[in-house]
Write a protein that binds this ligand. Structure first.
Ligand code: HEM
Length: 397
């Protein structure tokens, strides 16, 4: 294998530009090869980069989400933590949440998301003429939405978020990660116990008290479900807004086009999802049997990562794939994955992205980058790639 590969996120990836997937992954795709990485302990990990190969792998029940040996947080899959389960266990939990996260469910949340967005934009405006768009807007609004849906205090989410980031920046060891995870789980147990005793109008209370297919859920299962949602719904929207706005600031024509044509927002959101390589680690599975993907053998026990960012730029799937085309007509990107684990929160994510982008562009017509683009720091070692900060200004020029 001629390419030197590393685990996504462990080293700074070489990219043609900050909005492109890593070059090593693109080269593999263009050569039609699978990337192979030997992990400590003799584990083999394959990287899939082509759209059709990843779709095929994610739809194939021989590839398990339950037996992925990292992150090394929990050797046992906690009750209810359905992100790391295979059917039929996964199916039961996922079904209980379908209505909450349906298109209708997400639309019903629009008003709440708008109010949260406006509140943060008001605070930015009141504080002056410049801000870090990530800290002031792109990060807290989606986190508050998740907290409100679950019915947990935003401070819990903030603490969680802060600890995850600190841990990643300081490269915490497995023991530290384990201790922190135990503390998060324990705190969530406290919220669930309280809602068992006194239900509110939130998702955790509904899971505890409403009738659920297959019998009532235990407190511990509800804790696991809530943690899945905290883990999965926590960073991607923030990173997409940060990276997307940076790209628009650097391409004034596209920014003006989006600002002046609000009807473009739906296709623009879909194109943001396709174009920006926020998914850093890919969709990871373990082969439970020997299998062949597009002619490449994968042995039982080997790990496979579907690099959806590279797939979303696959020239065999998309015309002119490396160009951001705000009115592109397509629906077949893999940003939300595929198969049984396809993103549960995708309709919510679409509404959040739409509302956050629209409200921001309307509120600050002169919004622009406040520093030189070279000063921007990128998040490399997180599950979601993006910018650490995005200093912006809306002062009159
Ligand atoms: C732009 C935003 C988002 C992106 C790009 C995204 C992407 C993804 C991807 C690729 C997967 C599949 C992972 C895999 O197969 O291994 C996934 C699963 C999931 N996502 Fe999202 N997501 C986003 C927003 C959200 C939000 C806002 C929520 C809030 C609830 C959420 C909740 C989940 C859950 C619970 C799963 C696991 C589903 C399952 O295992 O059945 N996501 N997401």
């Amino acid at each position: 294998m001629s390419e030197t590969l590393s685990l996504p996120g462990t080293v700074k990836a070489e990219r043609r530009c900050p909005y492109d997937p890593p070059e090593a992954h693109r080269r593999l795709r263009d050569k039609g090869e699978l990337g192979k990485l030997e992990l400590p302990g003799g584990l083999v990990m394959w990287f899939l980069t082509k759209h059709d190969d990843i779709r095929a792998m994610l739809a194939d029940s021989r590839f398990s989400g339950a037996r992925v040996p990292f992150p090394a947080m929990n050797p046992e899959i906690p009750a209810g933590f359905f992100f790391s389960m295979d059917p039929p266990d996964h199916t039961r939990y996922r079904r209980t949440l379908t209505a909450e996260f349906s298109v209708r469910g997400a639309r019903e949340l629009t008003g709440r998301i708008e109010r949260l967005a406006d509140r943060h934009l008001d605070a930015m405006e009141a504080a002056g003429t410049s801000a870090d768009l990530v800290a002031a807007y792109a990060s807290p609004v989606p986190a508050m939405v998740i907290s409100e849906i679950l019915g947990v205090p935003y401070t819990y989410h903030q603490k969680f978020d802060h600890e995850v980031r600190t841990l990643r920046e300081t490269g915490g060891d497995d023991q530290a990660v384990g201790a922190m995870a135990t503390a998060w789980w324990d705190e969530m147990r406290g919220f669930v116990r309280a809602k068992r005793a006194e239900p509110g109008d939130d998702m955790i209370s509904r899971l505890l008290h409403d009738e659920v297919e297959g019998g009532a859920l235990t407190d511990e299962e509800v804790v696991g479900i809530a943690m899945t949602i905290i883990f999965a719904g926590h960073e991607p929207v923030e990173n997409l807004i940060g990276l997307g706005m940076l790209a628009l600031f650097q391409d004034g024509e596209q920014l003006t086009r989006l600002r002046e044509n609000p009807d473009l927002i739906d296709s623009a959101v879909e194109e943001f999802l396709r174009y920006f390589p926020v998914n850093n680690f890919g969709t990871v599975r373990t082969a439970t049997e020997d299998a062949v993907i597009n002619g490449h053998p994968i042995a039982k026990g080997e790990i496979v990562a579907g690099l959806v960012s590279t797939a979303n730029r696959d020239p065999e799937r998309f015309a002119d794939p490396d160009r951001l085309v705000l009115d592109r007509s397509h629906t077949s990107h893999l940003a939300f994955g595929h198969g049984v684990h396809q993103c549960l929160g995708q309709q919510l994510a679409r509404v959040e992205l739409k509302v956050l982008l629209q409200r921001l562009l309307v509120r600050f017509p002169a919004l622009r980058l406040a520093v030189a683009p070279e000063e921007i720091r990128y998040r490399e070692n997180t599950s979601f790639y993006g910018v650490h900060e995005l200093p912006v200004t809306w002062a009159a020029e």
